[in-house]
Design a protein around this ligand. Structure first.
Ligand code: GLN
Length: 424
C-alpha cells in the first residue's frame, strides 16, 4: 500500500563501500544532481539541481543506492507532513494518523520497509518527531557535525541533516557516513577537535552502566499521561541496566518553543526571498511590472503555512519590532543554552518524551497552527542549544508509537548512541 512517502521515485546507484546493498531514501530538500528536488513545494515542482549535496556524495561514495526523494512539509515547515504540495503522508505504523514532520516521508518509508534507511533534516524536531511517530530511530546531530552544502535552507542557524533507521546501530552507521568537516560549509567542525572520533556504530554497545540521566521536569509537564507512563517505563529499563536518574529544572525551556518560532520564521523569511520566479521557482510571467510578476510567482508557488511564516518572520525583523521579537528570542536562546550547560554539570545525558503527544489523526491539526507549534515543545530547545539528540521507540499507546528523546552534550553523539542502543 502506498503511504505517499516518496515525491519522486528514481534510483541513483552508488559505488561500492560500507553501505553497498542498502537503500537510503533522501528528503526532498537535499539536492540531487539531475533528479528534481522540490522541498514539497509547488514553487520548485520542476527544479532539477545541477549538483549533489555533500551528504549525497557521501552516500554514493559509501555504496548506497538512493531509491527516491521523500515527501515533506513544504520547505520543512510543519510537524505532520500535511503541508506538502504533493499531498499528505500516512503513518504506516498507525494508519489514519500523521507520520510526524517535517521529514514524515523519510520516517514512513523506513517504517514501511520501502527503504532500509533515510536522511531527514531537523530544524526544530523534524527528524526526531517523525521517528517517534513512526516507531523508528532518528538522530539530530550536533550543529556543525554534518555538512549542509546542497541543503535548501529553511533556518540555517538551527538545522542539521540526520539519519532515520530501524535501529540505533543502523542510524549510527549512517551518521558515520555523512559526518565530517566540509570546506564547502564553513559551519562544519571536525569532531576530533572536540575530543571525540567518528566511530559511531561501535558506540551502539548498549552499555549504560554508571550513566547519570537528568530528567527536565518542564518537558514532562505538558505531556499526555500515556506518553509520560511510557517514558518512565523506559527510564526504569535503563535503570535496570545500570543507569541512574534525577529530576532537574530548566526554567528557560518553557519559553523555548516561542523563541524557536520567532528565530525560525525570521530566518525563513530571508531565505525564501530568493524564490521570485526569476532567480528560482515557478515563473510569475511578465506583463510590464516586475513587482506583480514576483507577487504572482509567490502567490501561486507557496502554500498557506509558508506564507504565514514569511509574513510573521518579516514582521519580527521589521524596523521598530526587531528588538521586541527577534532580539528577545536571541536572548531566550542564550538562556536555553546556559540552562543546558548547567544541567550537564550533574548529568551525562538528559531524557524526555520526544513528543508530548501521540500522532495526530490526519487532518486534525491543519486548522490550528498553534496546536501544531506547541507539539514541538520538547524538540526545539535542542536546536536552540546546538546539541545532539536521538529519538528511540519505547512502546506504544494502543498502537500509537511513543519515542524517548536522549539529549547529549555538544559532540556527545557517542554517549546518546550508547544510551539509545540499550533500548532499541
Ligand atoms: N515543526 C517545526 C517547524 O515547523 C520543525 C520543523 C523542522 O525541524 N524542519 O518549524
Amino acid at each position: 500500500m502506498s503511504h505517499n512517502g516518496y515525491i519522486t521515485e528514481e534510483e541513483i546507484a552508488g559505488e561500492d563501500g560500507p553501505l553497498a546493498g542498502k537503500t537510503v531514501a533522501v528528503k526532498d530538500n537535499i539536492s540531487t544532481e539531475g533528479v528534481r528536488t522540490t522541498c514539497g513545494s509547488a514553487m520548485l515542482e520542476e527544479y532539477v539541481p545541477p549538483y549533489d549535496a555533500t551528504v549525497v556524495d557521501n552516500l554514493l561514495d559509501a555504496g548506497a543506492t538512493i531509491p527516491g526523494k521523500t515527501n515533506m512539509d513544504e520547505f520543512g515547515m510543519g510537524t505532520t507532513t500535511e503541508t506538502s504540495a504533493f499531498g499528505p503522508v500516512e503513518n504506516p505504523a498507525a494508519p489514519g494518523h500523521v507520520p510526524g514532520g517535517s521529514s514524515g516521508g523519510s520516517a514512513a518509508v523506513v517504517a514501511a520497509g520501502d527503504a532500509d534507511l533515510a536522511l531527514g533534516t531537523d530544524t526544530g524536531g523534524s527528524v526526531r518527531c517523525p521517528a517517534a511517530f513512526c516507531g523508528v530511530v532518528g538522530i539530530k546531530p550536533t550543529y556543525g557535525l554534518v555538512s549542509r552544502y546542497g541543503l535548501i535552507a529553511y533556518a540555517n542557524s538551527l538545522e542539521q541533516i540526520g539519519p532515520i533507521a530501524p535501529t540505533v546501530e543502523d542510524a549510527a552507521e549512517l551518521l558515520e557516513v555523512i559526518a565530517g568537516p566540509d570546506e564547502r560549509d564553513g559551519t562544519t567542525h571536525d569532531a576530533r577537535d572536540h575530543g571525540t572520533d567518528y566511530e559511531f556504530a561501535a558506540a551502539a554497545d548498549g552499555d549504560v552502566e554508571g550513566l547519570e540521566i537528568g530528567v527536565p521536569t518542564e518537558l514532562l509537564d505538558g505531556a499526555e499521561d500515556t506518553v509520560v507512563e511510557q517514558f518512565w517505563a523506559a527510564v526504569e529499563e535503563l535503570e535496570e541496566q545500570g543507569a541512574s536518574y534525577h529530576e532537574v529544572s530548566l526554567p528557560s525551556l518553557e519559553h523555548a518553543v516561542e523563541a524557536y518560532y520567532v528565530i525560525a520564521m525570521s530566518e525563513a523569511s530571508s531565505n525564501l526571498a530568493r524564490f521570485d520566479g526569476v532567480r528560482y521557482g515557478k515563473s510569475g510571467g511578465y506583463d510590464g511590472n516586475w513587482n506583480e510578476s514576483f507577487a504572482r510567482s509567490r502567490e501561486e508557488g507557496f502554500g498557506e503555512e509558508v506564507k504565514r511564516r514569511i509574513l510573521l518572520g518579516t514582521y519580527a525583523l521589521s524596523a521598530g519590532y526587531q528588538d521586541k521579537y527577534y532580539k528577545k528570542a536571541q536572548d531566550a536562546r542564550a538562556w536555553v543554552q546556559q540552562d543546558f550547560d548547567e544541567a550537564f554539570e550533574d548529568a551525562d545525558v538528559l531524557a524526555s518524551p520526544t513528543m508530548p503527544i501521540t500522532p495526530f489523526e490526519m487532518g486534525e491539526s491543519l486548522d490550528d497552527p498553534l496546536k501544531m507549534y506547541l507539539a514541538d515543545a520538547n524538540t526545539t530547545p535542542v536546536n536552540l542549544a546546538n546539541l545532539p539528540a536521538i529519538s528511540v521507540p519505547v512502546g506504544d499507546d494502543s498502537g500509537l508509537p511513543v519515542g524517548l528523546q536522549i539529549v547529549g552534550q555538544s559532540f556527545g553523539e557517542k554517549q546518546i548512541i550508547r544510551a539509545g542502543s540499550a533500548l532499541a
